[in-house]
Design a protein around this ligand. Sequence first.
Ligand code: NAD
Length: 367
Amino acid sequence: MSDAFTPFGKATEISSGLLYTPVHTPATAAHEQVVYFKDEKTSLQAIIAIHDTTFGPSLGGARMWPYPNLEAALDDVLRLSKGMTYKAAISGLNQGGGKAVIIGDSRTDKSEELFRAFGRCVDFLAGQYITAEDVGMDEENMAWVHQETPHVTGLPKHLGGSGDPSPFTALGVYVSMKASMQYATGQDSLEGKKIAIQGAGHVASYLAKHLQKEGAILYISDIYPEKAEQLAAEVGAEILAPEHILSHRVDILSPCALGGVINDETLDRLACDFIVGGANNILREEVHGQRLKERSILYAPDYVVNAGGIINISNEIGGYNPERATEQTREIYHTLLEVFYYAKTHNLTPNLASNQLVEQRLANAQK
Ligand code: NAD
């Protein structure tokens, strides 16, 4: 072992050319462990952030993204890993929150050597961080990571994994729509309800099929017209232009594309009674939850609604069982109702109510 210096300070060489640097900045204070890894042979640069392991080893995807600098990568991994703690805790999983970022362009920088080096980083943390797929990664990359460490989920089915998590995420969004309807009207049927889905990707496609079966009236948009056309044809939906999907008069708006869609610019244009979507970080800021409440729009907090994916991959730990994963995903219905009733009792917005429930659970468990 030898010492070296990285932008975050003194590094230790943990295997030939692989440097380990603990990161301590004011921003990392709320995290249990944050580590910067640099591999001299493959030029891998990755940061792994473990936010909280109160309920179990931290679980969260690895994101490959061409961050402009290390500060941006650190900022992202800290925010995302904290989000994973909240998502796992509200879902009642025995998992903590963690996340990894790999600095690089997923279109040009991928190689088996790079992902095997990343696997050695994950392995060095000895199971305190369990990795999975996220933006820029695919099942094949996870299989390479798996060659160096057992602490991987989201593997292809032929390697004992659970494959694509989107069907589970979509099931969670679907039952969340029913729970929202139940809470507001006393009936959870979606038959004849007008539902606008933003995005026609993986989650949206599975979601639309559940909704079609139940007799909902569907509107779909995607920035790629061919994707919207294909899904609309499959489920008998009307296509809307991307710039009209948020303002179309519907019962439920379901953002299933990007985050931050509810913001100062879009809020006044909304023409729905409910927002229940699969996207992460639907509210640009927490305060937008208050603005939705003022407009009498019921907002189902995104990390409660879209937890089906993590519920599914958490089921890979200790032997994958799709029936158990499905049953646990359906439980999101009751979790969301609990959040809505807590919000009502304590006069909070649903997003703040959900945060508070998680923070109480963590505080109780840490006593
Ligand atoms: P995806 O890439 O398959 O689909 C996203 C779709 O949105 C794409 O077709 C894209 O063209 C479209 N899109 C982008 N911007 C748009 C816009 N402004 N208007 C309309 N369409 C637009 O992704 P996905 O796996 O379906 O995930 C969708 C969202 O759900 C993402 O925010 C993701 O982070 C979140 N999420 C996904 C999962 C999962 O299991 N896949 C789990 C949790 C959260």
